[in-house]
Design a protein around this ligand. Structure first.
Ligand code: UZR
Ligand code: MG
Length: 224
């Protein structure tokens, strides 16, 4: 049985590069890492029809099933496996099937509101916020939604202005204050390399020292 030793949260606006950072920093960890997309914990909306689901505000915290996510993270941290839901963006709903996820040394929770929930933040050893300019993010978002997800441009623009941008300002940007580190411009190689080394050391069991969250100001103050 594996008890996870290092839990990371990666938050940031849409198109910031969260998924890329999460993939890059864990690329050499093989089976020692589990990446959990927050999207998997969007509420089950099977009781709504497609049109109704299209008009849901998916950038608001209420769109997520926080209870289930908390329970799953707690279970993983106790060494138990979980049946994780899967999300389908095309139908705006949770898929029927779940996948069994086993606990691993490193766990990465990645999503727009990964640093939103206080209890979930408490479970994390490292909280990252990926910060990328809004113009770059919307361009990436257009490319992804129009080209990869077959949505129409007008719809993407409307959604951005009506929910994505205001919710970013109201909930996502303020969650940055919970971060330990802010990563500028997504997958910048210096930040990625530092994080990769840290994770490697955690998995190999030779991390120099374990961390406790808090200010170290006093430590320095004594020497002044
Ligand atoms: P990332 N989202 C959808 O467009 N449809 C859904 O069914 C569920 C989510 C979008 C969501 C958010 N918002 O901006 C984005 N809207 O997925 C988050 N509107 O994903 O962090 O990869 O950009
Ligand atoms: Mg992503």
């Amino acid at each position: 049985m594996t008890i996870p030793s290092f839990v990371i949260g990666i938050a940031g606006g849409t198109g910031a590069g969260k998924t890329t950072v999460s993939r890059l920093v864990t690329r050499d960890l093989g089976d020692s890492v589990t990446r959990i997309p927050l999207d998997n914990y969007y509420e089950d909306l099977s009781h709504l029809d497609f049109e109704e689901r299209q008009s849901v505000n998916y950038d608001h915290p209420s769109a997520f099933e926080w209870e289930l996510l908390r329970a799953h993270l707690e279970a993983l941290l106790e060494g138990q496996s979980v049946e994780m839901p899967q999300y389908d963006f095309e139908i705006h709903n949770r898929k029927e099937e779940r996948v069994t996820v086993e606990p691993t040394d490193v766990i990465v929770l990645e999503g727009i509101l990964a640093l939103y929930d206080e209890e979930i933040n408490e479970m994390m050893d490292l909280r990252l916020f990926v910060e990328t300019d809004a113009d770059v993010r919307i361009l990436r978002r257009i490319r992804r939604d129009v080209i990869d997800r077959g949505r129409d441009l007008e719809g993407v623009i409307d959604q951005y202005l009506s929910t994505v941008k205001p919710m970013h300002e109201q909930f996502i940007e303020p969650s940055k204050k919970h971060a330990d580190l802010i990563i500028p411009e997504g997958a910048n190689s210096v930040a990625v390399n530092l994080l990769e080394e840290k994770l490697r050391a955690e998995v190999d069991g030779d991390a120099v020292r374990s961390w406790e969250r808090g200010s170290l100001e006093e430590e320095l103050g004594e020497k002044r």
